[in-house]
Design a protein around this ligand. Sequence first.
Ligand code: AMP
Ligand code: MN
Ligand code: MN
Ligand code: MN
Length: 281
Amino acid sequence: MVNIDLHCHSRASDGALTPAALVAHAARAGIQHMALTDHDTVDGLAEAREAARAAGVGFINGVEFSVEWQKRTLHIVGLGIDPSAASMQSTLGTIQASRAVRAQVMAARVEKVGVSNAFQRAQDLAEGGQVTRTHFARLLVDDKRAKDLKQAFKRFLGAGKPAYVRGEWLELDTAVQAIRDAGGVAVLAHPLRYKFTAAWRERMFQAFVGAGGEALEVSAGSSQQPADIAEMTQAAQRFGLLGSVASDFHGLDQHWVPYGRLKPLPLSVTPVWERYPALLA
Ligand code: AMP
Ligand code: MN
Ligand code: MN
Ligand code: MN
């Protein structure tokens, strides 16, 4: 069976590894085809692609867009995109600008809970990449306001907590359309991680399909329980969605599955790469 992982992060957003180091790590983990899907940026793709070529790993251009839908944040992965497409570039410009504004507001709130010079330090940590909540979480840990990232989110950065700032993210339709216009396929990321009831999850799938979305992360790093995979398999079947496999790997300290060890898609789900073989070409 081919080892495929269509969702991970590098230092271009909130991953711990440079794009080249991430690809080397993927190769060591036995991954044969990978997509780099940084939050709201394509800046890591060129370096990762070059490293993948050298390592003999198949590489897929990706992105993970932040979307606001029904007052919640959803993540939409684009696979097989042309990063230089005009629609992609302009959509990235829009969302990166709102990410930068949010980082400033968030920095002020993080300072209020005891972190000094938060904006500058978050920018330094990001090294020119997108500033995310993960960067602020690291500052909270460094300044002993939380014992680990998880606690930093639980106490300060999660929705409704003192340092939380809602992002002005993309509309669902805008994100999906930008991916399609760039020649890519839109994938609904980690569908079980949103705090929705089953009924709202149904509406989310409906809206995603209505926007032109085509695939679902059926085997997601954060949802590897057989019951989770069975539930997403059913959803994929009912909504006519293709399946993706997606670790959402961010770094070496990840608590989910070991890199390269995702559960395979059930045979009853059509893999996104079967419908779009160019992804593995
Ligand atoms: P942002 O897009 O700036 O809101 O940051 C979201 C990122 O924060 C996600 O992609 C995760 O990598 C990270 N994150 C969210 N919740 C948690 C959590 N509870 N523990 C650790 N990381 C988290
Ligand atoms: Mn992340
Ligand atoms: Mn995500
Ligand atoms: Mn992700």
